[in-house]
Design a protein around this ligand. Sequence first.
Ligand code: AN7
Length: 337
Amino acid sequence: MPGLIERYRDRLPFAPGDPVVSLDEGATPLVLAPRLSERAGTEVWLKLEGANPTGSFKDRGMTCAVSAAVREGSHAVVCASTGNTAASTAAYAARAGLRGAVIVPEGKIATGKLAQALMHGARVVALRGNFDEALALVRELAREQPISLVNSINEFRIEGQKTAAFEIVEALDAELDALCIPVGNAGNITAYWRGFKELGARPRMLGFQAAGAAPLVRGAPVAHPETVASAIRIGNPARWEEAMDAMSSSGGAVEAVSDEQILAAYSFLARSEGIFCEPASAASVAGLLAHGAGDAQRVVCVLTGNGLKDPQTALEQAGAVITCEPELDAVERAVLQ
Ligand code: AN7
């Protein structure tokens, strides 16, 4: 399958002949979740964005942002990130032959994401501060230097990410009543709503934030956001107004879910649906289970990132391995008991 820009060129700000930096992102699976549907009392589908090339939905926006940076003659791309944007920026910068630099909160990004950013050769800066401080600093940096900022305040990011909504509308023939989605910096919910509106679909947009990092729910920025879902540990979302508009004009809502609810949904998806997403992604399912989706008959939950990104949280949640002597009896007992 060709990448997003080629598939949706007529709906994206790229002309034929423009440079395209792609890893064949998008075209991710949309799978029915029978056990989750039973628990939620409605038909639930899961959009597996962890199947993108770097393991998260960020690649949809990054193919557009980095292609535009090349078109503009940029030599470097930079972002602030809780991890996934950093991994995606680093990969697409490598692909384009651009310098990549990422600013992440020190000690607060999942191991897999750090490994990705470093392997792709980006300059990785660990800030002694949180994501919101990092974003404020890169915004200033990009004003003063000829560098492309590829956070979701970059319009090309939103344009690329709206294609996930196109894929859902195509797959379900526009028959969906609600979309459940985790909200951090609020770029993705903004992008989905734009994509749905462009195709004339109007599902209720149900955004979910971690309780310790829920500025949109509280109606005020959170100075010291905290949650096990490190990807959405964000206290002052850049796309605040647009996210609130998406939820209010679609008849949706924004709600909080506790870390406990997030981890329960994370384990349930892995054990009962065979789907390993990262904790932040499970906030969409936790939200559906905790708050419902009104009278929606068909719901899509967006699983934004792959579980392999964060092996540490997984190992803390999962059962222990069983050690065993190399003898048949012992193996038989270990396997069958
Ligand atoms: C797995 O990587 O902000 O509401 O810097 O990685 O569009 O911010 C990540 C966000 C949900 C929230 N799920 O999306 C970053 C970053 C996962 C994420 C979100 C993120 P937005």
